[in-house]
Each structure stands twice: as C-alpha cells, then as structure tokens.
Ligand binder design. Structure first.
Ligand SMILES: C[S@@+](CC[C@H](N)C(=O)[O-])C[C@H]1O[C@@H](n2cnc3c(N)ncnc32)[C@H](O)[C@@H]1O
Length: 253
C-alpha cells in the first residue's frame, strides 16, 4: 500500500483500473507495448506526448517506464479518473493533466504546448460519433508536428464480416463470464467502489452527471480511421497491430 496524505491509495486505484480494463481487453498490455515500440521507431526515445482521453494515465505510466526521458500531457473530462491520475503521478514533473472536453472546438488552447511529437489514445474514441471524431482528427493534424505520429488503439468493427464478429464476441464474452465468476470487477462494480471512497465519491458523482453511465459513439472500421486521418492531413495511415476485436491505427504527419 502507498497511501498519501489524503489516505487514498492511488497506486491501488491505478492497479484496480488496469484489472477492470483488462477484463474487457485481454490484449491491452500487448497493445500498449506495440504502441510504444512505434513511438520509439518514429519519434525516438524522448518524445513529448499527449495522452488523449487519458483516464487514470495508463499510457503515460507505460510510456515513462519504457522511455524515462519522455514528457506527457494527459487530457480527459472525467474528474474521478483525473483525480486518480493526479494522485498517482504527484511529484513527477514530466507529467501534467488538463481537464477538457474533446468535443469542444477550443480544447487544444488549454494545452501547455502547441505541438506534440506523438498523440496517443486507447479505448476512448469509440465514445465519439463519427462526425465529432472527424472534427477531432482535423484538430489533431494541427497538433502533431511534421514527422510526428498519432496512434489510436480501439475497437474497430468490420461490418463486412458479421459471422466472424459474432464468433469472436461470443468467445470473448464466455471468457469474461468465467473471469467474473472468479471475482473480476466490471465497469459498473468498479464505479460502485469509487462512489464509496471518501475522496473519490464527489468526483464520481460529478462524472455521472457529465456522462451518464457511458457515452456510446460509433466503432468505425480500420479503413474509415485511416481514410479520415489522411483526409485530415496525415501523410500515411494504417493499422500496425490487430487482435480479433481491436486495432491500433498509426498516422504519420
Ligand atoms: C475506457 S477509458 C480509457 C482510458 C485510458 N486511455 C485507458 O486505456 O485506460 C475512456 C476515457 O475517455 C474519456 N473521454 C470520453 N469522451 C471524452 C471527451 N469527450 N472528452 C474528454 N475525454 C473523454 C473518458 O473520460 C475516459 O477517461
């Protein structure tokens, strides 16, 4: 346990967030590893990174372990996840956090820098519908420096393969059911625990006022993401990793 002056175990919350996300995404760590391989490959070992829709800062955590000379700005709208992120990274001057809504046209003005070597995001942009996501990609093209990268790891559906999709979904859900029986926390139960924590209760109530249970957008295909990123101003874009359910898109400016 690593309790702070508030008595809150930020490392414990960070860990339990990771376990909860892994329940949905068994390949999550492999996805992060490939993402960071490609950061190193394209922009080198000391990048200035924007962790987009950072949640508790899971990407930033892997980034700094792997590339200690990196710096990171985390941006998100969820006050409870940002409280965990701020508590967990307290005292690390390589990291800062910004509260912003990615659907707000002016959100980039809140950032401490006007250009980044890499913008990285995971399991987040499916919260946005295609129209605001297209607008966001346009803004990101203005934020990534020439030669820099954007990467998005998320569920990306191929509507042309419904039987494959259904077989994959049924198999994944059967494993999730088994893990739940063995005690794994799902999204709803994780948030119930956060609401019972004396420090997180207030920000948790606030995040439910902002989002409701969950904001559901679209899960467009890999081809849609690659085409939209090229149209937004990136020079090259393609998947650099895929699992049966998820893909990691890389766009090079
Ligand atoms: C499932 S979490 C993933 C967090 C983190 N990237 C990870 O992999 O653990 C999705 C995140 O997207 C953020 N998000 C969704 N819509 C957003 C918006 N419009 N503006 C800012 N953040 C948003 C949520 O607040 C949440 O932290």
């Amino acid at each position: 346990m690593t309790e702070t002056a508030t008595g809150t175990d930020w490392h414990g919350w960070q860990e339990s967030w990771d376990r909860q996300q892994e329940w949905y995404l068994p390949d999550r760590e492999e996805r992060f590893r490939v993402m960071l391989d490609m950061v190193e490959a394209t922009v080198g070992p000391e990048p200035r990174v924007l962790d987009l829709a950072c949640g508790t800062g899971s990407i930033t955590d892997r980034l700094l372990r792997r590339l200690p000379g990196a710096t990171s700005t985390g941006v998100d709208l969820d006050p409870a996840l940002l409280a965990i992120a701020r508590g967990y990274f307290a005292g690390d001057d390589r990291v800062s956090f910004v509260t912003a809504d990615l659907k707000d046209p002016g959100w980039t003005e809140l950032l401490p820098y006007d250009a980044y070597d890499a913008v990285l995001t995971a399991t987040a942009l499916h919260w946005l519908h295609s129209e605001p996501l297209t607008a966001l990609y346009g803004r990101l093209a203005g934020l990534v420096r020439d030669g820099g990268v954007f990467m998005n790891a998320d569920r990306m559906k191929d509507a042309t393969t419904p039987r494959i999709n259904e077989a994959e979904r049924a198999h994944r859900h059967a494993a999730m059911d088994r893990a739940k029986e063995a005690g794994a926390l799902d999204w709803a139960r994780w948030w119930d625990l956060a609401a019972q924590d004396p420090v997180l209760a207030g920000p948790t109530a606030e995040r439910f006022r902002i989002y409701g249970e969950h904001a559901d957008g679209d899960t467009p295909s890999v081809e849609w993401h690659a085409r939209t990123l090229r149209e937004a101003g990136f020079g090259e874009a393609r998947a650099v990793w895929s699992s049966p359910a998820d893909s990691l898109i890389l766009a090079l400016k």
